[in-house]
Design a protein around this ligand. Sequence first.
Ligand code: NAD
Ligand code: UFG
Length: 344
Amino acid sequence: MSPNATNRKVLVTGGAGYIGSHACVALCDAGYQPVIYDNLCNASRHVPARIAEVAGVPVDFVQGDIRDADGLRGVFREFEPCAVIHFAGLKSVGESVREPGRYQDNNVGGTHVLLRSMDEAGVRTLVFSSSATVYGDPDVVPITESAPVRTTNPYGQTKLDIECLLGELYEASPDWGIACLRYFNPVGAHPGGRMGEDPSGIPNNLMPFIAQVAVGRRERLQVFGGDWPTPDGTGVRDYIHVMDLVEGHVAMLRLLERGPGLHHINLGTGRGVSVLELVRAFEAASGRSVPYDIVARRPGDIAECWADPTLARSRLGWRASRDLAEMCADAWRWQHLNPQGYGD
Ligand code: NAD
Ligand code: UFG
């Protein structure tokens, strides 16, 4: 089964999470009907209703685990989706170092079960959330898709393992349509201020940390290293607005509607931004100050990482269109209208 004009249902694993929730809105906007499948291990139970409110249409939600074959079988039977977008996974690098087995089991084991369930149900169209982490510490920037892939931590290993699994699957069954979308650094929020990133505990990532300092939930930002070989000494990344990112998924789905294939595509802007540049942009967008201290480098970090987004443009006809000011303005609107996130 591939997506067509009559069947527009798309199973979205991890659809209650940060990126998945925004993807559900973009899918609705594009005329698809997302069916969320999420065990809520890292998402609020309020998210599905919020998605429906923002999208203006009802959205199906099933609480379930991708490792539960019976649960997935029931969902494929009930909703008969034509495609799957697979966001479900654990994503903390530090946690993966402490609990590598749990990451393998959840991310890789879960994907095995999902693929078997898809095969049984005759669904052969899959968009997978990969990551720029598969490039490790890159030899050159900007990074093209042909750059060598390597592991730097157990989380990254799960992304590589799944990409490898999908490659083998496609080789054995070339009637599948599979995309591994390698995200750079997704940030920002839906512009309406009703949906955004709501990390539990202390944020690992830079943008939500800055937002929580600006709103007064945390005192100061720690900048991990001021002595990197970069223009201002702080780490450089390719921040991409989450709405651009999820629109890239819709473009990918449309390409897979046209036929099978295996794709590996970077989703980034092609522009590197330093930690201090992001702090300044956020201060400008929010009108708040973001005090910071420069501290030691974080173990495992790299100096710089940004995408060559050419392939996405030529293959998908998609490019990121929102700039750093818009990323910060939307992240700030979400943060200050919802200082405690979704509130559970
Ligand atoms: P997130 O944690 O907000 O969303 C992941 C969702 O998956 C959560 O809602 C969680 O409850 C769910 N989930 C986890 N394990 C599950 C399981 N076994 N069964 C069912 N649901 C499960 O993370 P996100 O930032 O939205 O990331 C989505 C995907 O994109 C992840 O696969 C992540 O690795 C990948 N990715 C994220 C980033 C980033 O910076 N946010 C960068 C590159 C790749
Ligand atoms: N940083 C700080 N202080 C903080 C948090 C981050 O200075 O409190 C710095 C980091 O040192 C780095 C930059 O901000 O220079 C970005 O750090 P993030 O943690 O936001 O993002 P990373 O690029 O380190 O990692 C993210 C995801 C990974 C993913 C990678 C590539 O967390 O899972 O992007 O997609 F693999």
